[in-house]
Design a protein around this ligand. Structure first.
Ligand SMILES: [Zn+2]
Length: 263
């Protein structure tokens, strides 16, 4: 399908295809039918040591290749999610694990990386991945940052202050799972803001509020579902809902993602 011009109708800018395909195989057919461009971020399950992590990252990339053969237009981000940090992971070996993956044309960058609690080795693992920023940007790729559900505002602020220490091209970094409360700060600092439209994260009404409040930065808002263990069709239902004006919808559910990911 790489030789065929493909026109996506919508983009789920952050999801977990490997998990989704295992748990909800029928969802893949819906995504293909909806011409949904899918960006699958790295987050493994049951990772207890470094070998598990490396095997997961291989499998995640393989899944994306396999799903493209089935007609799904998809890419992936590679990296170590803060909840995938295992006791035998020495941050010094991360370049060795991650750099070869960044050369894969289907890999669009690093993610999801970030902080969950901000405690323990999370900052060291994040730091050694951010040390690869120049390698990422030189390849015209991007960085996807996770923010937690718990204690979101405090951890997000710690994270943003931490990111300030790095010379990052902020237009190539998306801070994800942003809510109405932290969107202003993320966008004011020049980053893209990812909004997870799904139960428990952001509701359609909250998305509308966020787009209205941040209309000056509308070109840097990316909607996603973060689906994996559960399938959420909130994004697929958005075009028929009349919630957002068509132009806004077109930007936050597709156009901005194409620009950000360079597709
Ligand atoms: Zn995720």
């Amino acid at each position: 399908m790489d030789d065929v011009p493909y026109k996506p109708a919508i983009c789920d800018s952050h999801m977990h295809l490997d998990i989704l395909e295992q748990r909800h195989p029928a969802a893949i057919k819906r995504l293909v039918a909806a011409r949904c461009l899918c960006i699958s971020w790295a987050w493994g399950q049951q990772i207890s040591n470094r070998d598990d992590l490396v095997a997961y990252l291989d499998w995640q990339a393989e899944k994306v290749r396999e799903l493209r053969q089935k007609g799904l237009f998809c890419f992936y981000l590679t990296g170590v999610h803060p909840r995938n940090i295992c006791p035998d992971l020495d941050p010094k070996i991360l370049p060795q694990i991650l750099l070869p993956r960044l050369d894969d044309p289907l890999c669009l960058g690093l993610g999801e990386i970030g902080l969950e609690t901000g405690l323990g080795s999370e900052k060291n693992v994040l730091a050694s991945q951010l040390d690869l920023a120049r390698e990422v940007f030189n390849r015209n790729k991007v960085i996807g940052i996770h923010t937690p559900r718990m204690n979101k505002e405090a951890v997000a602020r710690t994270l943003l202050d931490f990111l300030d220490r790095y010379v990052l091209d902020r237009k190539r970094v998306v801070i994800d799972h942003v809510t109405t409360r932290i969107a202003g700060e993320v966008l004011n600092r020049g980053y893209f803001a990812g909004v997870s439209l799904c139960p428990g994260k952001t509701s359609p009404i909250e998305l509308l509020t966020l787009c209205r409040d941040q209309w000056e930065s509308l070109g840097r808002i990316l909607v996603n579902t973060d689906c994996g263990n559960e399938f959420f069709d909130d994004l697929l239902r958005l075009p028929a809902s009349d919630l957002l004006p068509p132009q806004t919808l077109g930007r936050v559910s597709l156009g901005n993602a194409l620009t950000f990911y360079g597709i």
